[in-house]
Design a protein around this ligand. Structure first.
Ligand code: HEM
Length: 392
């Protein structure tokens, strides 16, 4: 594997069996420059922690690139003004504005409602004996939850899947059109909230924006965009990839069905093993940083392969084994450091309720097509199935 390319990261084979590809990559070396992605990729657990935590790797590319090197267009200017794409002190300020709503205690209060949504979705399909897990369950569950938190009306949500998929699939023209439509929608939605505020997260943020200098208008648009996209796309893939992994490991599925008290450790293991977010978001080297005999130059991009770090034998015993009872499981599926996933408590709650409800209500759950016919998205960062036909 002398020269790795973008294709290696997005091929159906890599998506299907990521551990094989990343183990091979790690065996060649801990650090790789990928031409098509224009980025360094780090493959060990230790190096992933290093890049996620060392403040010399920054998020704001303006700090390290000359203006003519920064190829972002105006649309991207807007979506890069959220907490995930900026550094302190802006990061601290933006994250603080919403962090209270996502604490484990606040999220726990959503449990009855999330359970109700999961049950209603299965009520719809139970009699039919079949469903596409993605469209019938894994997508509507988290999008309903985050939309309710943000006060987004039901009728508005129907385009979110198509827009997000177009953005995730990175086809240049399609993703630009989708992004434009998405941002346009958010602007209208915010205008409506200014006139008719409610008891929701968005109305609170609109008040903050109107009150003073804590949040600009484009930061507000960017925040809502991030919360909608990060608030569902990742969880869809935890539920899709996790269900497939359980179906492919019937002993683990049986164990979980018979012991629902294992749901918390099972969700952690499915996060580690199935990598809904396979690569971290990018960071930029703010100075020359020597590593493993190479030098990451100032202005170069660096990404941590979370999926590879989570299968590093230096950190995990039998890393390629799915063990829903695993106790030592400091996985990096939610990242680490100041950008650690804000929505982790919500994703955990949704995962526990979703897997618990599926196994309890559909005891004869099985794949409705040959596993070889399943198809995966082509985003290097996100690992997700396009559909998951099931019978029960
Ligand atoms: C299984 C589900 C999820 C996974 C695997 C996941 C994964 C991640 C990862 C890896 C990061 C850090 C990226 C980096 O540092 O480069 C992150 C950040 C973030 N996630 Fe999640 N996420 C999930 C669900 C959610 C949910 C439900 C929300 C709800 C709003 C959410 C909101 C965020 C936000 C706002 C950030 C940025 C935090 C910051 O920059 O301070 N995520 N997520």
């Amino acid at each position: 594997m002398a020269q790795i390319s973008l294709h290696d990261f997005v091929s159906q084979e890599t998506k299907r069996q990521p551990h094989v590809f990343y183990a091979q990559l790690r065996s060649v070396g801990p650090l790789h420059y990928v031409e098509g992605l224009n980025t360094w990729i780090l493959t060990t657990y230790e190096d992933a922690l290093f890049v996620l935590k060392d403040p010399r790797f920054v998020k704001d590319r303006k700090k390290v690139l000359e203006p003519q090197q920064d190829e972002r267009n105006t649309l991207q200017e807007v979506i890069f003004q959220n907490m995930l794409t900026v550094d302190p002190p802006d990061h601290t300020r933006l994250r603080r504005l919403v962090s209270k709503a996502f604490t484990p205690r606040m999220i726990e209060q959503l449990r009855p409602r999330v359970q109700q949504i999961a049950d209603e979705l299965l009520d719809e399909v139970q009699e039919k004996g079949s469903m596409d897990l993605i469209m019938d369950f894994a997508y509507p569950l988290p999008i309903t939850v985050i939309s309710e938190m943000l006060g987004i009306p039901v009728a508005d949500r129907k385009s979110f899947r198509a827009w997000t998929q177009a953005i995730v699939n990175m086809q240049h023209e399609e993703s630009k059109v989708a992004l434009e439509a998405f941002l346009h929608y958010i602007e209208n939605f915010l205008a409506e909230k200014r006139i008719h505020p409610g008891n929701d997260l968005t109305s609170g943020l609109v008040r903050v924006e109107e009150d003073g200098d804590q949040l600009s208008e484009s930061e507000l648009v960017s925040m809502i965009f991030l919360l909608i996209v990060a608030g569902h796309e990742t969880t869809v893939n935890l539920l899709g990839n996790g269900t497939l992994a359980l179906l492919q490991h019937p002993d683990q599925m049986r164990l979980l069905r018979d012991n629902p008290s294992l749901l918390p450790t099972a969700v952690e293991e499915l996060l580690r093993y199935t990598a809904p977010v396979g690569l971290s978001d990018e960071r930029w080297a703010s100075e020359d940083i020597p590593l493993h005999g190479e030098v990451i130059r100032k202005g170069e991009q660096v990404v941590a392969a979370l999926i590879a770090a989570n299968a590093d034998a230096q950190q995990f015993s039998d890393p390629t084994v799915l063990d829903i009872t695993r106790q030592e499981n400091q996985h990096l599926a939610f990242g680490k450091g100041i950008h650690f996933c804000l929505g982790a408590p919500l994703a955990r709650l949704e995962g526990q309720i979703a897997f618990g409800t599926l196994l309890r209500r559909l005891p004869d759950l099985r794949l409705a097509i040959e596993p070889e016919r399943l198809t995966w998205n082509n985003n290097p960062m996100i690992r997700g199935l396009t559909s998951l036909p099931l019978a029960f």
